[in-house]
Ligand binder design. Structure first.
Ligand SMILES: [Cu+2]
Length: 266
């Protein structure tokens, strides 16, 4: 199995190639039933974490399916009836990244320059207890702390080159309008369904819970020591959400590097 732990996030990320078989067992060491829903992947129903197909505490289940999806950013989270929100709130989520030889031939930023970022809002006082009140139950559970890959107040050191970021809104209810503090344009190269036909230059990207965006940020030309922030840009046309600006992730330009990746068709 290829479960890869990266960047301190509490979930495990999985990378695979179109056409390959995933064979992975889960052992449920929780005190409640759970399962895995492969969000965005095309898998047989009995493999996809139907709400009543759960693994009891102490039990195990073997997932076995073929990766049919195009290259792109998919993810997984638990999906048990009446406990999905609670278990997602408490941090059960991870990426499922699909690639192919064709995608590799695009020479997009890879390795440490290809960074999955799951963004979630939490209430950190009192731990990660899921205890929604009446309002939370009607409009959704919101937290006042924004975590990226499980880290509050995150800072990522970057080099003066192009990075690929896979943005996942893993929040229970909050929407985000992601933008750069410099106002710079960036390229959207993929969405929930995988890579786009061609990159699109944008100044922001709006993601509802569960949605993903594959983007290229170019730090070329920034002085070492400078800081750029991935931030929430307020959305005035929406009613209850998107009124406030806030920081999500700070990039600190830490070193000069040759920008040796291309953005195909940019
Ligand atoms: Cu889902």
């Amino acid at each position: 199995m290829l479960w890869v732990w990266r960047r301190g996030y509490s979930g495990a990320n999985h990378s695979d190639t179109t056409g390959r078989r995933v064979q992975s067992g889960i052992a449920n060491n929780l005190s409640e039933a759970t399962n895995i829903h492969w969000h965005g992947l095309e898998v047989p129903a009995e493999q996809d974490g139907y709400p009543t197909d759960v693994t009891a505490p102490g039990g195990s289940f073997q997932y076995n399916f073929q990766v049919k999806n195009r290259p792109g950013t998919y993810w997984y989270h638990p999906h048990p009836d009446m406990a999905t929100a609670s278990q997602a709130w408490r941090g059960l989520a991870g990426f499922f990244l699909v690639t192919s030889p064709e995608e590799e031939n695009l020479y997009l930023p890879s390795g440490e320059y290809d960074v999955p970022l799951v963004v979630q809002d939490k209430r950190l006082d009192g731990g990660l207890i899921y205890n929604p009140d009446t309002d939370d139950r009607s409009i959704g559970m919101f937290g006042e702390s924004i975590l990226v890959n499980g880290t509050a107040g995150p800072v990522l050191e970057v080099a003066t080159r192009t990075y690929r970021f896979r943005l996942l809104n893993g929040s229970n209810a909050r929407i985000y309008n992601f933008a750069l503090s410099t106002g710079a344009m960036f390229h959207l190269i993929g969405s929930d369904g995988g890579l786009l036909d061609a990159p699109v230059a944008v100044s922001s990207v709006l993601l509802a819970p569960g949605e993903r965006a594959d983007v290229l940020f170019d730090f070329d030309g920034h002085a070492v020591g400078s800081e750029i922030v991935l931030a929430e840009q307020p959305l005035r046309r929406y009613g209850t959400q998107g009124q406030q600006a806030f920081y999500i992730l700070k990039f600190k330009v830490a070193r000069q590097e040759i920008n040796n990746t291309t953005c195909p068709l940019c």
